[in-house]
Design a protein around this ligand. Structure first.
Ligand code: FEO
Length: 162
């Protein structure tokens, strides 16, 4: 496999684990705010991110490539409220989309058709991830400062299973 493609995929394993860590940080914020529905939603998201990391990890090993398990960055976020948290998640997903696109660029340049096929799943997934984060922002904005509505929204988002 092309060296750059392998390097970028390895870096993406780390970024996906960091995503899990970041979502755990957001989930923790909501737990401390007693918004347990949101806390659960972001915890489910953290689990999903670990699955993303493992998908790439497995792919690299299946291609007889090494997987580097680098340190995962600390989560350094100071959140004020639910909207702030949702915006943090949205910003992160856009960064991840950009990162996936760059791996695709490298795979195209290397004529690595197998990796392109593999990455197609992530391209679609990122569309879903961005839609989810945009929707979350919109819902929280709708609620505004109304505590009762926030309580109801917390109940709604807490229903997420996977
Ligand atoms: Fe793994 Fe949220 O992208």
């Amino acid at each position: 496999m092309d060296k750059k493609v392998v390097e970028l995929l390895n870096a993406q394993v780390n970024k996906e684990f960091f995503s899990a860590y970041l979502y755990l940080g957001i989930s923790k914020f909501f737990t401390q705010e007693n918004l347990m529905g949101f806390a659960s939603w972001y915890r489910v998201q953290a689990e999903e991110e670990q699955e993303h990391a493992m998908k790439i990890y497995n792919y690299l090993l299946e291609q007889d490539q090494d997987v580097t398990l680098d340190p995962i960055n600390a989560v350094d976020i100071k959140l004020k409220d639910a909207l702030d948290a949702a915006k943090e998640a949205d910003k992160h997903e856009r960064y991840i989309t950009d990162s996936i696109n760059k791996i695709m660029d490298a795979a195209v340049a290397a004529k690595d058709y197998r990796t392109q096929l593999f990455l197609n799943w992530f391209i679609s997934e990122q569309e879903e991830e961005e839609n989810n984060s945009k929707e979350m922002i919109a819902k929280i904005e709708m609620v505004g400062k109304d505590k009762k509505s926030l309580y109801l929204l917390d109940k709604e988002v807490g229903g997420r299973q996977g």
